[in-house]
Design a protein around this ligand. Sequence first.
Ligand code: BJ8
Length: 423
Amino acid sequence: MVDRHPMWKDLGMDLETHDQLCAVLPTAFGDVYLSQENRPEGMAFWDMVVADVHGIRPAELIEEQKKGRKVFGTFCTYVPDEVVVACDGIVTGLCGGSQFWVPEGEKHLPADVCPLIKASLGARLGKTCPFFRIVDQIVGETTCDGKKKMYEIMAKDVPMHIMELPHMKRDVDVARFAQEIALFAKNVEEVTGNELTAEKLAEAIDIINNRRKALARVYETRKDPDTIPISGTDALLMMQIAFFDDPVRCAEMANKLADELEQRLVDKVSVFPAGTKRILLTGTPLAIPNWKLHHIIETSGAAIVCEENCTGTKFFTNLVDDSATTLEGQFQALAERYMKINCACFTPNEARIQEVIQLAKDYHVDGVINQNLKFCTTFKVEAPALEDALEEAGIPVLNIETDYTDNDAEQLRTRIGAFVEML
Ligand code: BJ8
């Protein structure tokens, strides 16, 4: 493998600390991924990306920057990639999913803040993630309080644009978000130096819709009630890397994987034995390399067949209506699509509950596991209403609160094992 140290040094990274992360990642990946049996061949692409996760894509991004392109780092599925792509910018996800970055984040944030927030800040300020060093600008959003306040700290270290996200879904809120997208577009034009036109935005809408369709095809194969053609652990990896990858390549690779999975359904090739309990996982997102819960669930006699979260269905459900021909109309179409995402920062958020129930039926699940990252208040407060609704629909549910450490792994294994047994 290419020695990436010169590149990381140029990025001003803390090489010594970063080497510690590089030393543990391959083992973690090997334990979780390479121990699985009968994986689809198409997963080789994602394995290759993860094997050099801080090298291969960062090197590409740097090459593009040399040609004058700008890189935008994002934290949330409400940020419309289309606008950046239309101005010839590049989007990369930034959410931190490793405990490795949490202690650095805790130097600047209270300990009782969600680990995703602490890890994200820690990765930037600790200089231990190349993506955080490469970005020309970061795009934040007013979703949960912890993220909003964390962005204020991060903004002292890196250029930041914050999008105001309404927390209700009335027509007036959607219209406001369309205006917010227009403001974001101005910012993207300034940063990239490229003018946004309706033609370019139409092309970008097409590119991102195609990515959505490709990812949705993979998920579609997971609905088959008899054959499970891909593990949840593998599907999660595809989703996590979708946030970092070039959207056209992402669609191409996902379509290739979908072809293979569709064939597996015809041939009845399952990665789990017949009768394995089917689980829908909902709740807070699982940023890379957070594979903890998937690994525990899928080595406890169950299979995850659907993730209803931002590293799952929320990322690709609903296409942007591509019929508008003016920027104003396109901003409205984007706002309408993005405001359909059912994040717990919205009130009311009944649509999420209905969506989880519908997905549980569509994916023929035996039970739902609702995972909450510790200190994520919005998702936690919503949990009892979700639990009641699922129980009323006759769908067993288990609520889990966890973080990025392995301290609770055995306890989780016991609880999940007992849940799966009673399904
Ligand atoms: S749309 S889920 S990506 S905000 S887990 S940081 S909510 S305290 S990540 Fe999210 Fe956008 Fe919503 Fe999705 Fe806050 Fe909760 Fe932490 Fe969270």
